[in-house]
Design a protein around this ligand. Sequence first.
Ligand SMILES: *Cc1c(COP(=O)(O)O)cnc(C)c1O
Length: 474
Amino acid sequence: MTESQASPLRHLPAVATVLATAEAALLLERHGRIVATDAIRQVIEDARKTLRAAPAAAPSASELAQRALACLESQSSGLRPLFNLTGTVLHTNLGRAMLAEAAIDAAVDAMRHAVALEYDLADGERGERDDHLRALLCELTGAEDATVVNNNAAAVLLCLNTLALGREAVVSRGELIEIGGAFRMPDIMARAGACMVEVGTTNRTHPTDYRQAFNESTGVVLKVHTSNYRIQGFTAEVSAHELAAMAADAGVPLLNDLGSGTLVDLSRHGLAKEPTVRQAVAEGASLVTFSGDKLLGGPQAGFIVGKRALIEQINRNPLKRALRVDKVRLAAIEATLRLYRDPDRLAERLPTLRFLVRDHADIEMQANRLQPMVAERLGDAFAVSVGECLSQVGSGSLPLDTLPSAALLVRSRGSQHALESLSAALRALPKPIIGRIADGALRLDLRCLGEADELSFLASLAQLDIDHGAAHAT
Ligand SMILES: *Cc1c(COP(=O)(O)O)cnc(C)c1O
């Protein structure tokens, strides 16, 4: 190495020197000694590589401290809040339901304090964690008893394991669902230790199909709501009501997996009709299972409601402990369920329902309001217009039901690649903006952008690094 190449390397400050700078004080304060030292080591190493590749003046100790800080601050959490402008209200990959304020407050309180989770305040003895929800769930669904577990997949697993371990579980071939990746009914049955007995065909299942399958080894008969698909055309299915009567005659419990399940009649809010939990209970199911974070609009949870003797049996299953829900979620669930006692104000208070019932004209007005500001921010490389689109409910709920909505449509005046770069730059924002590219445009469906979030959306957009994003790529 010549003298001129070696000397800048020799001038690179040592870790201790960087740590001693005024700039490092903030680094230490925010991230602690261990993480700060590691980051400094890394930026010195990076600087060494750069200097080897192209000789230049060595960075100062202060500069290195700043680089280390910038590097650590850029490692923001993957779970940070984002704008869901995909048009799918209950987006499983984006965390499904956003909670109501009452649920958030209740969860925060439970996080911060000790609570009577399994403690009976009246007599000072040990209590049951299900007691907090049992009465509410029974009131809202008309069931005799209720329990709650980690999610609906867990609820189905636990019911099957309790009722049909080493026994037969009867199900129609038209209802062997797969929900988003890993939840496949035949696999869940196998893991629950149940022997699956398929009856009927994909499109048609008749009462006799079930009747012939019932025998002394039958542990349960399953009805599964085909929540994310519909079988149309030449079809026949046995209704839950009819199946309940047949199952009762045969002395076999009926488990009805509603999937999303809703506690209110959604047609009242202008949405397609989805069976309510109360209906499923009234139709005679022994047990009904449904999710907490789909149409119900609460945190992730799985509810099991139904006959007292069966719920007691479920609660004695050792798996129940492995699938139980912690105090934070229980608090949020309870607060969410309480909102259902006042259906008139539900759409105001429950974000999921508020987004689902949002009026098309209202969304369009918002789009027209935002369009000039977004167009200005994105610059000449893009054309921004307001367009019609269709939102979806998501999470496999009401799969055929689309909701007329309005979107900002961003088109590149240059290459398609520029649009993809813009989309990536929006995803890289401190508060990412997630849209959908379709038909050559980036579509930002505004259904889930509350009016109160508009300023924060524009502030996020103001941080867009247009140079490193799309404009650069044109
Ligand atoms: C969504 C769904 C499940 C799984 O529920 P999770 O709460 O996502 O675990 C099970 N069955 C049906 C019919 C569903 O729609």
